[in-house]
Design a binder for this molecule. Structure first.
Ligand code: SF4
Length: 77
């Protein structure tokens, strides 16, 4: 899977497609990966990042947001 670039995310948001975002407070617990493995993966530093997809509907992102212990995930549209 490929991590989404800022440019790709901006393009999707420009098309009114909501894209999740993980901020720097991620502690790498991997809960989001367990819940929504199509959307999140851990990078080489053990931090979660968002995978490049055409859209994020129906991918359990809201459940991942709710499960994140440090509120690192949000929707940005
Ligand atoms: S659930 Fe939150 S803290 Fe855990 S890996 Fe995902 S973004 Fe990071």
């Amino acid at each position: 899977m490929t991590i989404i670039t800022d440019e790709q995310a901006a393009k999707l948001r420009g098309a009114n497609i909501a894209v999740p975002h993980v901020n720097e407070t991620c502690i790498g617990c991997s809960a989001c990966v367990a819940i929504s493995g199509d959307v999140f993966e851990l990078n080489d530093e053990g931090k979660s990042e968002v995978v490049s997809l055409e859209n994020y509907d129906g991918k359990d992102v809201d459940d991942a947001i709710a499960a994140c212990p440090v509120d690192a995930i949000s929707w940005r549209d």
